[in-house]
Design a binder for this molecule. Structure first.
Ligand SMILES: [Zn+2]
Ligand SMILES: [Zn+2]
Length: 346
């Protein structure tokens, strides 16, 4: 089968490799769409502690069940599915409480396992057993369904933030993740969402999400001053940092209201994560600061439902589609910042 294999940092080759075998209890998926995530590009360019090349990347996957392993129950060949990629051990304290994304032995498709930039992808038995293979609801295309994965991660990140009717939210970073956060905040009843970025095209996209969205170009205006002045000096109830920039984390603490909540949704590059937060702002303003990492199979199902019911229109986020042999063009489109979501079709 054809697959895009990461051989080393900065080296990805589309080549013929043996089709994976289906393990007992596992499933094989014929990949129909796999979206490129920012983390795929980061892994290709800088490596990842969780990826040992050669490895097939890609974890935002939708396809058709091609084969079921010996003893696999509940699924049949031909079903359209997505796969929630972050797989817990299933037996630890976290997994038993359903927060599988916090499993200390978390293994992820497209990182520790070969992923979806290939014609066929194997789903391990432990993923099938724990409900990570989710049927795509009617009316949703494979391309749209692939976006359930990043949306599920945003749902997880917001699960801590208690965004309520009439509250104000700021989202720093207007990539797909920031825009998903904006849409989710509006769905929860936020009366105003400030979206901050430096790329005019991204802000234009954000502005199309409705009249309750206020865009701020932080190259033109200081986002902290802007938000304080537009909220009567109070700041916003919730800030979501949806970019990998340390200074943005600091700005978040300055623009959040007293008793507000801040999500450090975007992780910082390895070795560059220290020295940004002013802990006295957290202390005196009684701010809650939350992390976010991956998502669970249940959150993937919830994301699929929200997309299928049209609460969020996945289609508007898909700006580029490439066949597998042209995956590097897709990577470059992501790097240039011209793309929202790039879909690879094997
Ligand atoms: Zn991702
Ligand atoms: Zn576990």
């Amino acid at each position: 089968m054809k697959a895009a294999v990461m051989k080393a940092v900065n080296e990805m080759v589309v080549e013929e490799i043996p089709e994976p075998e289906v393990e007992p209890g596992g499933i094989l998926v014929e990949v129909k769409a796999c979206a490129i995530c920012g983390s795929d590009v980061r892994t290709l360019r800088h490596g990842s502690a969780h990826v040992t090349p050669p490895r097939v990347l890609g974890h935002e996957v939708a396809g058709i069940i091609k084969a079921v392993g010996l003893g696999t129950s509940g699924y049949s060949v031909g079903e359209a599915v997505t796969v929630a990629p972050a797989i817990g051990c299933g037996v630890c304290e976290y997994c038993r409480h359903g927060i599988t994304n916090m499993c200390p032995n978390l293994e992820t498709i497209g990182f520790e396992f070969d992923g979806g930039f290939a014609e066929v992808m194997a789903v391990p038995a432990k993923a099938v057993q724990q409900g990570h293979v989710n049927r795509i609801p009617q009316g949703l295309s494979f391309e749209e369904a692939a976006l359930a994965e990043p949306l599920a991660c945003c749902i997880n990140g917001q699960s801590f933030l208690d965004i309520r009717l009439g509250q104000t939210v700021a989202v720093i970073g207007a990539g797909v993740i920031g825009l998903f956060h904006t849409e989710l905040a509006l769905l929860k009843g936020a009366s105003r969402v400030f979206v901050i970025d430096i790329v005019p095209e991204r802000l234009e996209h954000a502005a199309t999400l409705g009249k309750n969205v206020v865009t701020i170009n932080s190259n033109e205006a200081d986002p902290v001053e802007e938000i304080l002045s537009q909220t009567g000096g109070q700041g916003v109830d919730v800030v979501i940092v949806a970019c990998p920039v340390g200074e943005a984390q600091n700005q978040a603490l300055q623009m959040v209201a007293r008793r507000g909540r801040v999500s450090l949704f975007g992780g910082l590059p390895q070795g560059k994560s220290k020295g940004y937060l002013d802990s006295n702002l957290i202390h005196y303003k009684e701010v809650g600061v939350f992390g976010a990492h991956a998502s669970t199979a249940a959150q993937n199902r919830l994301a699929l439902k929200i997309l299928a019911e049209g609460k969020i229109a996945a289609r508007r986020y898909i700006t580029h589609t490439y066949p597998l042999p042209q995956i590097m063009e897709g990577v470059r489109a992501v790097e240039k910042g011209e793309a929202l979501k790039v879909i690879i079709k094997p």
